[in-house]
Design a protein around this ligand. Structure first.
Ligand code: PDD
Length: 277
């Protein structure tokens, strides 16, 4: 059985346990990261650790480990599997305290990390998505473990035969329940700007960077629901799904109803970038 990292030790998954008074369990008081590993190399390590630091700072915590310590842990976890492509999950909670909201009562952070092979679902022919009201809180730029709204949103998408919910706040697109959103109109690609209501996706930032480098017109600006509904192409991005075309939105075809030419270009650039790493 593969081992996981828990509070300084590597243990078989079945033996890794935490105190039931852990504030992650009682309050959802913690943050997490999902970091892809391609060809056994940790992808965008610095960017993920920077986002982890930002999330921790936002909840009044310091990173309990140094970059080198994280890197050693990740590499040991990756060595559990032969698979070239894996996904590392790490979670830091505020630790154990009596059930009291006061954060000063917590003893020390609980640190958990594991890696799993990426089981690639072929999503390259596109997925169905729905639009939903963004029912989440105001601090979506923090990668908080408190994910009940996202779980409900994904469930509602599934109930309607879709794979993702694209979220709308006050008439504007924010992001997906667990992804960022791009749309294409003519020769221009749009994605919502980063703000409190959008997680600064590592894949999103990389796609913006790669498109710019390849002279594709990419504009970070607010997208109205009306504009999204008329888009030629829609894509969603995340570390494990990469860039996925949305071919049907709310039961209607997006553009021609199949993967678009701009997506093909973006995906080619992305795969080329991965190979060069
Ligand atoms: N989720 N927005 C939200 C709300 C997300 O949960 C995610 C990723 C993203 C994409 O971020 P990135 O490109 O850094 O993976 C955007 C992860 C994969 C998860 O919760 O499992």
């Amino acid at each position: 059985m593969s081992s996981v990292y828990i509070n300084g030790k590597f243990k078989p998954l079945a033996e890794a346990s935490i105190n039931v008074l852990d504030r992650g369990f009682t309050f959802g008081d913690g943050v997490y990261e999902v970091i892809p590993v391609f060809n056994r190399k940790i992808f965008r390590f610095d960017e993920h650790l920077q986002r982890l630091d930002n999330s921790l700072k936002a909840i009044y915590m310091d990173n309990p480990l140094s970059k080198n310590e994280w890197s050693d842990i990740f590499n040991q976890l990756i060595d559990n599997f032969e698979d070239k492509d894996q996904s590392i999950y790490l979670q830091i909670t505020r630790g154990v305290s009596e059930r009291d909201h006061d954060i000063s009562l917590a003893d020390k952070p609980t640190i958990f990390a594991m890696s799993r092979p990426i089981v690639k679902k072929d999503l390259s022919s596109g997925i169905k998505a729905i639009t939903s009201e963004d029912i989440r809180w105001q601090y979506c730029d923090i990668k908080a473990i408190t994910l009940l709204p996202s779980v409900l949103l994904r469930h509602r998408a599934k109930e309607q035969g879709a794979k993702e919910a694209i979220l709308i706040r006050n008439g504007y697109v924010t992001e997906g329940a667990a992804s960022n959103v791009f749309m294409v109109e003519g020769n221009t690609v749009y994605t919502p700007p980063k703000n409190r209501h959008v997680l600064p996706g590592i894949t999103r930032d990389l796609v913006v960077e790669i498109l710019k480098r390849n002279d594709i017109n990419i504009i970070e600006k607010t997208i109205e629901l009306e504009q999204l509904l008329k888009a030629d192409e829609i894509w969603i991005t995340s570390s494990t799904w990469e860039i996925v075309p949305v071919v049907e939105l709310d039961g209607r075809s997006v553009g021609e109803g199949n993967t678009g030419l701009m997506w093909e270009k973006a995906n080619d650039f992305y795969q080329e970038y991965k190979r060069s790493m």
